[in-house]
Design a protein around this ligand. Structure first.
Ligand code: SAM
Ligand code: SF4
Ligand code: SF4
Length: 328
């Protein structure tokens, strides 16, 4: 089995299908115009599928499609169908801001998609506009319910919590998910993205989030799915569902991190916080054989020693933290 420098296997491939987005969430993207990757540099669906097949041979069994906003990529259902047919891939998920979901979800379902994650940071329309800058909460909620109508399951609702912005929305989001059969997932605000001026004061820790929810809806810890999932899950004591919390900052999970990333322009990135990637597109377009590409990926994974979030926690605890601005 292929393992990295800390004996971590490669299991989960996060594929960015576009760098573009129709939102400008304050914690993620700059508000002004952006220098997008040139269209011809973006991997085609055939190129993505070829690479996914090779990653599956190395141990990947789970694929997440992300972005930017993945639904900005035209005909995404064609890619979902191609990826669904790869031997060894047991799970495909899409993470979306939900704005274009209502019109597209039936096609995704028909292509083989079973579950989806939708980002909703608040249920207050005005605040939604302040956070996402563009788009419309009603359209996102319409997408969520359309996904439910198509029978996707689970539907996870992701919210990034920032102090002073939406920490007062936690209980309302939980109530909404419980009432509608969604799985709520809170994400600690991270020092990722291009312009978010992260400081630890803006962080609302997992501990605080759990305390807020527990005071209203008592919780019992379940733990991490498969032992290596980013979220720690909790079930409601009254039996009405579960909630997950991704505590990248206060309880990093680098020691079990089996996630690789493929950028829209075909670079293999071994950590969310890594500023460099390894160019797979050059191999694809330069005529390399499958064996050559497999050897290249294997060589990169074998020496992988990323543990950025663990290092950040050590630095925060010893007051030597120096904010590093990388792009998600
Ligand atoms: N556009 C899609 C969406 O918003 O769901 C997919 C891409 S987005 C980069 C993936 C996830 O990263 C979203 O759930 C988003 O909220 C989260 N995210 C972005 N910036 C973040 C930050 N600074 N801290 C924590 N999570 C962040
Ligand atoms: Fe776009 Fe998602 Fe980033 Fe928001 S979090 S700006 S929706 S990529
Ligand atoms: Fe994995 Fe890097 Fe996140 Fe650690 S910081 S969990 S190594 S992606």
């Amino acid at each position: 089995m292929l393992v990295d420098g800390y004996k971590r296997p490669i299991k989960d491939l996060r594929i960015s299908v576009t760098d573009r987005c129709n939102f400008r969430c304050v914690y993620c993207m700059p508000h002004d115009e952006y220098e997008w990757i040139d269209k011809k540099e973006i991997l085609t669906f055939e190129e993505i599928t070829r690479l996914a097949r090779l990653f599956a041979r190395l141990g990947v069994d789970k694929i997440r499609l992300t972005g930017g906003e993945p639904l900005m990529r035209r005909n995404l259902e064609l890619l979902i169908a191609q990826l669904s047919s790869i031997e060894g891939i047991k799970d495909i998920c899409v993470t979306t801001n939900g704005s274009l979901l209502a019109d597209k979800v039936a096609g995704f379902k028909a292509a083989g998609l079973k579950r989806i994650n939708v980002s909703v940071d608040t249920l207050k329309p005005e605040k939604f506009k302040e956070i996402c800058k563009r788009g419309d909460l009603d359209k996102v909620l319409e997408g969520l319910f359309a996904a439910q109508k198509q029978g996707l399951h689970p539907i996870k609702v992701n919210a990034v919590i920032e102090r002073g912005v939406n920490d007062d929305d936690i209980v309302e989001l939980v109530e909404f998910s419980r009432d509608n059969g969604f799985f709520m997932r809170f994400i600690e605000y991270m020092d990722v993205g291009n312009t978010n001026s992260w400081t630890s004061e803006k962080l609302v820790s997992k501990k605080e989030i759990v305390e807020k929810i527990n005071a209203r809806f008592p919780l019992r810890e379940v733990g991490r799915e498969n032992g290596s999932a980013p979220a720690v899950d909790y079930e409601f004591v009254d039996g009405r569902g579960e909630v997950g919390i991704v505590a990248s900052v206060t309880e990093p999970f680098c020691s079990t991190c089996n996630r690789a990333r493929l950028t829209a322009d075909g670079k293999l990135v071994t950590c969310l916080f890594s500023s460099t990637g390894h160019d797979l597109k050059a191999l694809l377009r330069g005529g390399s054989s499958d064996e050559e590409i497999l050897n290249f990926i294997t060589g990169i994974w074998q020496v992988r020693k990323d543990r950025y979030s663990s290092e950040r926690l050590e630095a925060l605890q010893s007051s030597t933290y120096d904010p590093k601005h990388t792009s998600s």
